[in-house]
Write a protein that binds this ligand. Structure first.
Ligand SMILES: NC(=O)c1ccc[n+]([C@@H]2O[C@H](COP(=O)([O-])OP(=O)(O)OC[C@H]3O[C@@H](n4cnc5c(N)ncnc54)[C@H](O)[C@@H]3O)[C@@H](O)[C@H]2O)c1
Length: 675
C-alpha cells in the first residue's frame, strides 16, 4: 500500500510515522511526506528519527525494524511524486481555501481510485469537497494526538459504498479504528474537546483559577491530563479558535461558542512553562466550582452529539476515553454520576450561560442504553456479534461476557435471526482481561470467575441456532476458548491461535483444558496447552480446530457455513462432551521456562477432566484454576505480563507446596508493598 501525508507541521510527521510503522507490521508499503516548505519536511523527518531512536533505546523496536521504517518514508516537496499513491491524507493548515486548493491539485495528480482523506479538526467534508471532480473518494479522516499511536480516527463517509469499504479497510490496515460521524462542524470529539478547552480558558480569563489549578482539578476529577496540558501538547490554541468559530456560525451555533479572546492573545505560546511551573494548590471550594463548570460543558456537549445522532453512543463513549484520554467514557461518567446530577449540573450552567443548549436527553434525564463492548448487526437472518475493545485487542472482561449473554437472549427470541457469527473487531480475540485476572485475590474468587465464564460459554455451545466464530488475527487464551464453545470456527490467513496461559502462571479457565484436546486430539491439545506455543491458520485448519481452509473473508465464509447448515448440507455441532480415553502417561514434553508447579496442576486437570464428561471436566478445570491462584507463580506471571508485556518470559519459582506457596505469596505481597 502506498500512502502519503500532506503537511509536515504538528501532526503530519506523527501520522506518517504511525502509518509507516503499521505498514511495516502488515507486510510493507511506502509512505511519502509532502510539504511546500523544505524546512518543515526537515523538521518532520528529524522528529520521526527521534521517535525511531527512542523506540530502539527502549527496546520496543529492533534496529533493523527502525531502519526498515525509516527507509519506507520519503519526504518530498513535489506533489506530482504522489501519483502512484493508494491513499493520501491531507494534514495541511486548517484553512478551507488551502484544503480546497490542495484537493484540486491532488485531483490533477492522483489516480481516480486513490482515496483522499482530510485530517481537518472541524471543517465539514461537504465544504472541502464541494468542488471535487470525484467527491466519492473524499473522506474526513480526523486523527488524534499522539497521532502515531492513537487508535481512533473520526471518519465522515462519502456515500459511495465501494469507496467507503476500501477507506475503512485501509484505515484498519494503517492501524486506525474508524469512528463514523455525521458531517457537522467539529464532528463528535472536537465539539466536546474545543468547548471543554474554551470553558477552561473562560475560567482563567475570569481570574477564577490559574491554568495549573484548572489542570490539577480537572485531572483529579476525570483524568485526561487537564485542558491546558493537552493544548500545549497539541499546540492547539489557534486550532481551537477556528473550531469554535465554525460551531458558532453553524445552524446550531450561538454566541456561547465564541472563542475566548485569551486564546488569540496566547497564540501558540504554551500555557505552562516547564522551567517555572505554576502552583496547582487550591481550596476545595475552588475545585468544586471549576469541576462543576467543566463537567457541565463536557456532559452537555456529549449529550448534544448523542441527541443529534452525530455519533453512535457506544462509539462516542469509547472515543471520549480513547481519543480525549479521560479516565472513563463520558457516557459512563454520566451513568456513574446519575442523570439527576447531570441534569442539575447542566441546568445550573445553562442558567448562567445563555446559548448553552440543554438537549432533550439532559432535560428529560434520559441516559442512552447500549452495550459498551459489543456491536450487534443483524442482516440476512444472521446476527453478527462483534466484540469491540480494540485498545486491548478485544480482550474479554466481565462486562463483555455479560453483554454477549444479553445478545444471546435477544437472538434466541428474535425469529428473524437464524444463526450467529461471533467475531472481534479486526478479527482478533486476545483473551481474558489480564487486569481482572490479576485482581483476583482468593482461590474462591478465581473459581467463581471460571464458573461464570463457563455459564456464558455453555450457553453458546447449547444455543439452538448455529453459532460460528469468524477470526483473523491473534486469538489467544479466553478468545480461543469462547471460539471453541461455538459450533464451528472459520479463520483467515492472519490467525495466530494459542493458549498462552502458562506464560502468565495460570491454566486456561474458560474451558480450554477440556475443549481443546477434545477438538484437536489429546497429544496436540496437551502440547499446545502445556507449552503455550501458538499455531497459524494452516495448522488450525489441518488439525480440525477450524473448518475448511483459511478464508480470505472469514465473516462471509462463516455466513456461508451457517447457510449450508440451515440447508442441511453440513451439520454444525458443539465440541463433543464425551469423556476421552487417555494413554497411561501423557507424552513427555519440554516446557521450557514455564512453571513446574502450574504444569503439575495443568496435567492433573487434563488427566482427571478429560476422562469425565465435559461438564465435570469444566468443574475440575475451575478447581485447578483456583489452585493456581494459591501459588506464587500466579503473582509472578501476572506481574511480569503487566510490567513487561507478553515478550519477556517470567522467572517462575516452581513452588508447588500450597502452604509454602501461600507463604511465598504473602512474602511477594510484602515485597510489593515495600517497593
Ligand atoms: N495538531 C493537532 O494535534 C491536530 C489534531 C488533529 C487534526 N489536526 C488537523 O491536521 C491538520 C494540520 O494541523 P497541524 O496542527 O499539523 O498544522 P500546522 O499548522 O502545524 O502544519 C501545517 C503544515 O501544512 C503545510 N502546508 C500549508 N499549505 C500547504 C500546501 N499547500 N501543501 C503542502 N503543505 C502545506 C505547512 O507548511 C505546515 O507545515 C489541520 O487540518 C488540523 O486541523 C491537527
Amino acid at each position: 500500500m502506498r500512502v502519503a501525508v500532506i503537511g509536515s507541521g504538528s501532526i503530519g510527521p506523527d501520522l506518517a510515522y504511525g502509518f509507516a510503522s503499521a505498514l511495516a507490521k502488515a507486510g510493507g508499503g511506502g509512505v511519502q511526506l509532502h510539504d511546500i516548505r523544505e524546512e518543515a519536511l526537515r523538521a518532520g523527518m528529524e522528529r520521526i528519527r527521534s521517535y525511531l531512536a527512542k523506540g530502539v533505546s527502549r527496546g520496543k523496536l529492533s534496529l533493523r525494524a527502525a531502519h526498515g521504517i525509516e527507509a519506507s518514508l520519503r519526504p518530498t516537496t513535489v506533489l506530482a511524486e504522489l501519483a502512484e499513491c493508494d491513499y493520501v491524507l491531507e494534514a495541511a493548515t486548517e484553512d478551507l481555501a488551502i484544503k480546497q486548493k490542495i484537493l484540486a491539485d491532488l485531483e490533477r495528480v492522483l489516480r481516480p481510485d486513490c482515496l483522499i482523506g482530510f485530517a481537518t479538526s472541524g471543517i465539514p467534508r461537504a465544504l472541502i469537497a464541494a468542488r471535487a471532480a470525484h467527491p466519492e473518494r473524499c473522506f474526513v479522516n480526523h486523527p488524534f494526538y499522539p497521532a502515531w499511536r492513537s487508535l481512533p480516527m473520526e471518519v465522515v463517509l462519502s456515500g459511495d459504498a465501494r469507496f467507503e469499504t476500501r477507506m475503512l479497510e485501509s484505515l484498519a490496515r494503517l492501524g486506525k479504528v474508524p469512528i463514523i460521524t455525521a458531517d457537522v462542524p467539529c464532528f463528535a470529539a472536537d465539539d466536546i474537546f474545543c468547548n471543554y478547552c474554551a470553558e477552561a480558558a473562560r475560567i482563567v480569563a475570569e481570574g477564577l483559577a490559574t491554568p495549573a489549578q484548572v489542570d490539577a482539578i480537572v485531572n483529579a476529577a476525570i483524568g485526561g491530563g487537564g485542558p491546558f496540558n493537552v493544548m500545549d501538547l497539541t499546540r492547539g490554541n489557534l486550532l481551537n479558535v477556528k473550531c469554535l468559530n465554525l460551531m458558532r456560525d453553524a445552524p446550531s451555533g450561538s454566541a456561547w461558542f465564541a472563542p475566548p479572546a485569551i486564546f488569540s492573545q496566547q497564540g501558540n505560546t504554551p500555557w505552562h512553562d516547564p522551567e517555572r511551573p505554576g502552583n496547582p494548590e487550591h481550596e476545595a471550594a475552588l475545585a468544586e466550582a471549576v469541576r462543576e463548570r467543566i463537567l457541565a460543558v463536557l456532559l452537555g456537549r456529549t449529550f448534544f452529539v448523542v441527541d443529534k445522532g452525530i455519533c453512535h453512543p457506544r462509539e462516542l463513549n469509547w472515543l471520549t476515553q480513547n481519543a480525549l484520554g479521560f479516565a472513563q467514557g463520558l457516557l459512563d461518567l454520566a451513568e456513574n454520576l446519575g442523570m439527576t446530577r447531570v441534569q442539575a449540573i447542566c441546568a445550573k450552567y445553562a442558567e448562567a450561560h445563555p446559548g448553552f443548549e440543554l438537549t432533550a436527553s439532559v432535560r428529560d434525564g434520559r441516559l442512552p442504553r447500549f452495550p459498551r463492548h459489543l456491536e450487534v448487526e443483524i442482516a440476512g437472518g444472521i446476527a453478527v456479534l462483534r466484540i469491540r475493545r480494540p485498545e486491548v485487542m478485544n480482550a474479554l472482561n466481565e462486562r463483555t461476557m455479560a453483554e454477549i449473554a444479553e445478545a444471546l437472549d435477544a437472538a434466541e427470541t428474535d425469529e428473524t435471526v437464524k444463526g450467529i457469527v461471533l467475531t472481534g473487531f479486526g478479527g482478533a480475540l486476545a483473551g481474558a482481561d489480564i487486569m481482572e485476572l490479576a485482581a483476583l485475590e482468593t482461590a474462591a474468587a478465581a473459581r467463581d470467575k471460571c464458573l461464570s465464564g463457563h455459564r456464558v460459554l455453555d450457553r453458546l455451545a447449547a444455543f439452538a441456532k448455529p453459532v460460528v466464530a469468524a477470526l483473523d488475527g491473534p486469538v489467544l487464551g479466553g478468545g480461543a476458548e469462547i471460539a471453541m464453545a461455538c459450533h464451528a470456527r472459520v479463520v483467515g490467513p492472519h490467525l495466530l491461535l494459542g493458549q498462552p496461559e502458562v506464560n502468565l502462571g495460570i491454566i486456561p479457565g474458560y474451558g480450554g483444558t477440556q475443549r481443546l484436546p477434545r477438538l484437536i486430539g489429546v497429544e496436540r491439545g496437551c502440547a499446545l496447552l502445556r507449552t503455550g506455543r501458538p499455531i497459524g491458520a494452516e495448522e488450525a485448519c489441518a488439525w480440525g480446530w477450524a473448518s475448511g481452509g483459511p478464508a480470505a473473508d472469514p465473516l462471509a465464509a462463516a455466513r456461508t457455513l451457517i447457510g449450508r447448515h440451515l440447508a442441511g448440507e453440513v451439520n454444525l455441532a458443539p465440541v463433543s462432551p464425551a469423556p476421552l480415553t487417555l494413554p497411561a502417561t501423557l507424552p513427555a514434553l519440554e516446557i521450557g521456562h514455564h512453571s513446574l508447579a502450574i504444569d503439575a496442576v495443568l496435567v492433573d486437570v487434563l488427566r482427571k477432566g478429560l476422562t469425565r464428561p465435559l461438564p465435570e471436566g469444566l468443574r475440575i478445570e475451575a478447581d485447578g484454576f483456583a489452585r493456581c491462584r494459591g501459588l506464587v507463580d500466579y503473582d509472578i506471571g501476572m506481574k511480569n505480563f503487566i510490567q513487561n508485556g507478553p515478550r519477556v518470559p517470567a522467572v517462575f519459582m516452581h513452588e508447588s507446596h500450597p502452604e509454602r506457596a501461600a507463604g511465598a505469596g504473602r512474602l511477594h505481597a510484602r515485597m510489593r508493598r515495600r517497593r
